[in-house]
Design a protein around this ligand. Structure first.
Ligand SMILES: [Zn+2]
Length: 270
């Protein structure tokens, strides 16, 4: 595969909904990005978390460095022919016990009048993954009144943020408790057609299960990120719920699970 992955890897550091770096930025090979450049392009979020690849949380400068080093070290890539799991020497996924008990809270104080909208959207979005893979998300509403990044009664928390850097962001299964948040920007409650909040959450929940952006399976997407992934199905799926439409994707409606997404999710969580 082509080796300009490190150039493109942060091309998608924008909102989920706004364009990745255009193909023109990737038309030629450039020198690999330095760590300083990599860090400068990350979005500094709350609690010493940095957001990379558009909507993915990494903890601290140490986490940024580890991600950068692992990407540079993994120079060979694993290009294969829908869904791809985060892979660093092994799949980054939940064990079967935790996968069946993915508890979360929804912060009633941060969402305020939007609280019930978020609860409903989370119910719908989690149901989409539960219907196809052996995973189970549980809304532990007893923690909603104290739903913070340090709430140890749940696997992850769902809170509102006022950032304009993304519509929402999530985490991967190897994050520690403080980084395991789904943060939803106030902008996600505005006009985001053809997407819906539920569609955005379907995408974000894919990350929480370990799934990478589908567009990183193709340098031609213009949004290639890195090679730390393993393909779960034999076909690159431009319509995947994990593929940004603006990265030469083919999904023109809301973000929904495709047949390849479903088979990929079942393959990882049988
Ligand atoms: Zn994403």
């Amino acid at each position: 595969m082509l080796k300009f992955r490190s150039v493109a890897m942060l091309a998608g550091v924008t909102l989920l909904g706004v364009g990745c770096g255009g193909p023109e930025e990737l038309a030629q090979e450039k020198a690999p990005m330095t760590f300083e450049e990599f860090q400068a392009r990350a979005v500094a979020d709350e609690n010493n978390v940095f957001v990379i690849d558009g909507d993915t949380a990494v903890e601290g400068v140490e986490g940024l460095r580890a991600f950068y080093d692992s990407v540079i070290a993994a120079d060979e890539g694993r290009q294969q022919d829908g869904l791809a799991v985060y892979y660093i020497g092994g799949d980054i996924k939940w064990n079967s016990t935790t996968a069946r008990n993915l508890t979360y809270c929804v912060s009633s104080s941060s969402f305020g009048s939007r609280y019930s909208t978020v609860v409903s959207a989370m119910n719908s979005a989690t149901a989409a993954w539960e219907a196809t893979a052996n995973v189970n998300f549980i809304h532990s509403s007893s923690y909603d009144s104290n739903c913070t990044a340090s709430q140890t009664g749940v696997v992850f928390d769902v809170r509102q943020t006022s950032t304009t850097s993304y519509l929402a962001r999530a985490f991967f299964p190897n994050s520690s408790r403080s980084g395991r948040n789904i943060l939803i920007s106030t902008s996600a409650f505005g006009s985001i057609s053809p997407w819906t909040l539920t569609g955005i959450l379907r995408h974000e929940l894919g990350h929480t299960l370990g799934f990478r952006h589908e567009h990183t399976r193709s340098t031609a997407s213009g949004c290639y990120e890195d090679s730390n992934w393993r393909a779960l199905t034999s076909t690159y799926d431009r319509s995947s719920v994990m593929h940004y439409p603006q990265c030469n994707g083919t999904q023109t409606g809301d973000l929904v699970l495709t047949s390849y997404d479903k088979s990929g999710a079942r393959a990882l969580y049988p």
